[in-house]
Structures are given as structure tokens and as C-alpha cells.
Design a protein around this ligand. Structure first.
Ligand code: NAP
Length: 146
């Protein structure tokens, strides 16, 4: 029977995980690092606790402090990930924005921010990551959203 740890080995691969500093994204990034991937963690705050853990399992963690609700900052993610880690093999679009409170109180600015993070940034990161992956003819993208 095949060794499961070898079947799922990601040694030498680079995973970009948005919203990796806490919650589900941190769990995803931790699992990817434990499987052997180097991590590029994206969020509005540095992913310090994640970086400590990733270092302890012998992998690298690059933290990019960027706000995905700003289209210009979203455009920076993949170029900066490639500059820091050399390539992108895996993209996990985990970061998500929502509004709290009654729907009738949601402002156009609130709604715009939700769409920027949940749709625009996801699409643009997928496009940019695919351009990096295409020459190697392999790579994976996913999202935590239902
Ligand atoms: N929890 C659930 O039950 C559930 C169920 C289904 C789907 N999901 C989806 O799974 C994802 C993660 O959920 P979670 O519960 O772990 O959420 P969470 O604890 O609220 O974490 C959200 C993450 O997204 C990042 N983020 C938010 N806005 C951002 C922005 N403008 N720019 C960059 N990063 C941003 C945050 O990092 P910073 O604060 O550093 O920016 C944080 O790391 C979300 O997309 C959510 O919709 C969650």
C-alpha cells in the first residue's frame, strides 16, 4: 500500500493562501506546510504565529501584508509571491469579507468591499496564478467559499 504521507507530499511547492493569518486559512496553510509546501500568507496583518509554526516544520513562510479590497493591492499578490518564493504552485482563495447587521443598512461602500474581496480579487489572483502555472502545465486553485 502507498505511504499516505508520500502520496500527499508537497515538497518544494509554493502555496499562496489568502487570509492565512487566522481561522480556516491558518489551518489550510498549516496543513500545506506540514505536507512540505512553502507558504505565502496574504492578509491585512502579518501572519506571525503561522510563520513561527511553518518555520518549526522546516518550511518558509513569506507574509504579504495587503488589503484585497483594494484592487491595486490585489494585483500585487502574485507578482510579489513569485518575487519572494520563486513560483506559485497552489493558490487558496480563502480570505472572505462580509457585512454584519440588517441588509437594509448595508451601504454601497460595504457591498463594494464584499464584492472586491470575494469576487474581483479571487478572479484576478486566479488569472495571475494561472499565468505563472501555465508554462509548467500544472498548478491548483481553490476557494473556501460555498
Ligand atoms: N467559518 C465558517 O463557518 C465558514 C463557512 C463557509 C465558508 N467560510 C469561508 O471561509 C473563509 C475563511 O473563514 P474564517 O471563518 O476562517 O474567516 P475569519 O476568521 O474571519 O478570517 C478571514 C481571513 O480573511 C482575511 N481577510 C479578510 N478581509 C481581507 C482583506 N480585505 N484583505 C486581505 N485579507 C482579508 C483575514 O486576514 P486579515 O484580518 O489579516 O486581513 C483573515 O485571515 C471565508 O472566505 C469564509 O467566507 C467560512
Amino acid at each position: 500500500m502507498a505511504d499516505a504521507s508520500r502520496m500527499f507530499a508537497l515538497t518544494g511547492q509554493v502555496a499562496v493562501v489568502t487570509g492565512a493569518g487566522r481561522g480556516i486559512g491558518r489551518g489550510i496553510a498549516t496543513a500545506l506546510a506540514e505536507a512540505g509546501a512553502d507558504i505565502v500568507a496574504v492578509g491585512r496583518h502579518p501572519a506571525d504565529a503561522l510563520a513561527d509554526h511553518v518555520g518549526r516544520v522546516g518550511r518558509r513562510c513569506h507574509s504579504l501584508v495587503l488589503d484585497l479590497s483594494d484592487p491595486a493591492q490585489a494585483e500585487e499578490v502574485i507578482p510579489r509571491a513569485v518575487a519572494a518564493a520563486g513560483r506559485v504552485d497552489i493558490l487558496v482563495n480563502n480570505a472572505g469579507a462580509t457585512t454584519r447587521g440588517p441588509a437594509l443598512d448595508v451601504t454601497p461602500e460595504d457591498w463594494h468591499r464584499v464584492l472586491q474581496v470575494n469576487l474581483y480579487a479571487v478572479f484576478r489572483l486566479c488569472q495571475a496564478a494561472a499565468r505563472d502555472m501555465l508554462p509548467r502545465r500544472r498548478g491548483r486553485s481553490s476557494t473556501s467559499r460555498r
